[in-house]
Design a binder for this molecule. Structure first.
Ligand code: SF4
Ligand code: MG
Length: 328
């Protein structure tokens, strides 16, 4: 325990030419917390994930992992810090080398950091297999001999082998069948409780986050539009975009589903190289007013722990026009 947040993003910005993929993100993931970063494809969420684990460098702003600033770290000091965090990708098929046995794949981080003898690494891999619900004999197979769910368990085993403090997972289950997806999410949740790592869980699927995360951050065109505790944000989303996402998320309880207002958002995501003036969501916002085109809304704390970027949300209540007309 360090007392420092697991991950701290300040003014995080990454531009690719004219594309403002990530444009001033401030976000903290506390020790042992699961934070869900939600957004549609093109929102910049994967770029945030890559920046958070130093696979990419920001154009501006900083990333601190466990109290240490990553920006500018090189060589041995970056390597030492890398032991403490790990990225799990969406599609294990493409991140697992098909020519290596599963044992070689799982123990790679140990070899990379020069930890243990061959026998010790093998023993640790076997232990991790047990943890993630894989039979130990699969270690002598190749990735293509495993099912999609087994491959994702394998990449979790690899992610956990160094006992990290932070895991960044980018759509780790979206390539899996729904039933397999649920079992991998359950596993991740159990492991997190047991091992206590913090996680930044990146997904387009608010339903997944609802199940897994302590807090949710909603991203739109490179910026955060709402941040809050999962239960509050999903039950009572304040930003029009979050409202649209919650309306679209599959809700297991049909009664609950009926009680939710359906917000239609029109049009496709605008070109991130040429985002709308004022509020970036205004071209799709069903309640936009004139000032939304001219004034940029700030991300403000509108109720304890709840942050919203919308001119019409000032006090923790959804804008009047969006409050579902519930039959009482
Ligand atoms: Fe909609 Fe305006 Fe709020 Fe943006 S600031 S979400 S356009 S109401
Ligand atoms: Mg992505």
């Amino acid at each position: 325990m360090t007392g420092s947040p697991a991950l701290e993003l300040s003014g995080l910005t990454r531009h690719f030419g004219a594309v403002r993929a990530v444009d001033g993100i401030d976000l903290v993931v506390a020790e042992g917390e699961i934070l869900g970063l939600v957004g549609e494809s093109g929102s910049g969420k994967s770029t945030v994930g890559r920046l958070a684990v130093a696979l990419d460098r920001p154009s501006a702003g900083t990333v601190r992992v466990l109290g240490t600033e990553l920006t500018g770290l090189r060589g041995g000091r970056l390597r030492a810090l890398r032991r403490r965090f790990h990225l799990v990708f969406q599609d294990p098929a493409s991140s697992l080398d098909p020519r290596q046995t599963c044992a070689t794949i799982v123990t790679e981080p140990l070899r990379h950091h020069g930890i243990g003898t061959r026998a010790e690494r093998r023993a640790r891999a076997a232990e991790l297999c047990g943890r993630v619900g894989l039979r130990e004999d699969l270690l002598d197979r190749y990735p293509h001999e495993l099912s999609g769910g087994q491959r994702q368990r394998l990449s979790l085993a690899r992610a956990l082998i160094l006992d990290p403090d932070l895991i960044v997972a980018d759509e780790p289950t979206s390539a899996l069948d729904v039933s397999v997806q649920a079992s991998v999410l359950n596993l991740l949740k159990e492991l997190q409780r047991e091992l206590g790592f913090a996680a930044l869980f990146i997904t387009h699927d608010l339903g997944v986050v609802e199940y897994l995360a302590d807090r949710v951050a909603v991203m739109y065109l490179g910026q955060l539009v709402e941040v809050g505790p999962t239960a509050e944000l999903t039950a009572d989303p304040l930003h029009p975009y979050s409202q649209a996402l919650t309306a679209a998320a599959p809700v297991p309880d049909p009664v609950e589903q009926r009680s939710r207002e359906r917000i239609e958002i029109s049009a496709d995501l605008p070109d991130p190289a040429d985002p709308p003036s004022g509020c970036r969501f205004r071209t799709r916002c069903p309640i936009a007013v004139a000032r939304c085109a001219t004034e940029v809304p700030e991300l403000r704390e509108v109720a304890p722990g709840r942050f919203v970027r919308c001119h019409l949300v000032t006090d923790g209540a959804a804008p009047v026009a969006l409050t579902p007309a519930r039959a009482t």
